[in-house]
Design a protein. Sequence first.
Length: 505
Amino acid sequence: MTINSGTAVAAEALPRAGPVAAGTAAPPQDETSGADLVLPLVAVGAAAVGAGYGYVRRTRRARTRTTPGGGGADASPPPADPLSGGRIAGLDGLDGPGELDARARQSLVLADDCLRTSREELGFAEAARGGADVAPFAGAVREAERELAVAFGLRLRYDAGDPADPSARRQVLAGVIGRCEEAGRLLDAAADAFDDVRALDRGVGRAVEVAETRFRALAARTPAAEAVLAGLARRYAPSASDQVTGYTEQAKDRLMFATVHLNQARQRADLGETGRAAAHLRAAEGAVAQAAVLLDGVERLAAELDEAASMVPAALSGAEAERAGARSRLTGVPAGEIRSRVLHADAVLASVRQELTSGRRHDPLDVLRRVVTATAPLDAGRTGVLSAAALLIARSATAAAADFVTTHRGAVGAAARTLLAGAERLLDSDDPVGHLRADALAREARDRAEQDVRTHGNPYTEADADTPGTAAAVLGGLLLTPSPTAPPPHFGGPRTRARRVASRS
């Protein structure tokens, strides 16, 4: 398959997920001729579910900070923090805590999606324009990240039942909404200036070249990722690689979607339709970014499993030593409680040793998790190998959950995202107990996200779309609504998104 202007994206370079009907022309998008575009039709291995979000009401814009581009900032003050007695516009009309809770969850999902999209597009802009040109927008993203982190922290407290007083709980939900609105405002305030720097309305040539380069690199990595998965299956228990099962197939779906939209970007640019060219480019960039996340996830897990396997013997020895000194550390703990904790640790360590000597394949990360969790009640693992093991399993679980949320965000709700944010915050601590908590939160986040994907539903099949990989793209949040003809997301916050949707309606 070739792209106009002499630039080729070789379909042969992309591993195929199924049989190919050679020479079949893909139906063109946007009612243009597809005579110069030949696509292989890939039989996708797994059906993807699509999802759409209900958009929250337009929120008031409050701009008092200096934003990239300067002009256009409103003079109204930023929303007051409800936890300090302020009010958020538009909340008085909500009848009860249920409606306020729903608004808070919607706000978290929308703000998180806007932030993830803005990060992804920022990376492509930096590759094309350079770090200095995009530095102000990177700053806006960091500020939005801080606001959203506070919102997720408030939500995590709320979900844990803190505070208990109904009036105070309403204040917390209002705080969540206010922080999300501020995160979105920061991104919206930077969106127009960001567009000026990218200058896609004046030509997409350089940006397409960057996306094509990344596309080719990912296409070349896909067979290697498949080989890595096969190697994991030979060396470790099936559970060790469960979290990345199907990732290479999903990466292929994203790359097929990117292939079509890169071609369409070239075609539209040649026809002088710069707006449509930019839209196709952004759709392709989003797909390429998610394909990278999926392939990176496979390679990262392989490295983590190998590191964990090498750490297991030392972790067992360290656990035995910590167990021997438990009584001297647990001063003030009743003798019966100490005995119970020691017996439990003994049972877990004996089970692990038996598993390792049986010759059966095992999951090294799970082995470390069991060892560290069993010895933590002995006040063990503050330093040394057990501390390193706790950090490794926490990082692995958190990265896996983040990858899943990123690549399935079209169906993932607020609960999973909140748990993930909590895990990410705990990773910054130096406390092994905090790392164990991060591991637990991350694994719960992944479970909730998978449940969201299973139950969300599939509004259409791949056969309903002109572009291969569209169902997977909708699942990944690469289109602003479940429609296969919807526009892609864009750097910016909720107002920017609403404007994009309205312009296509």
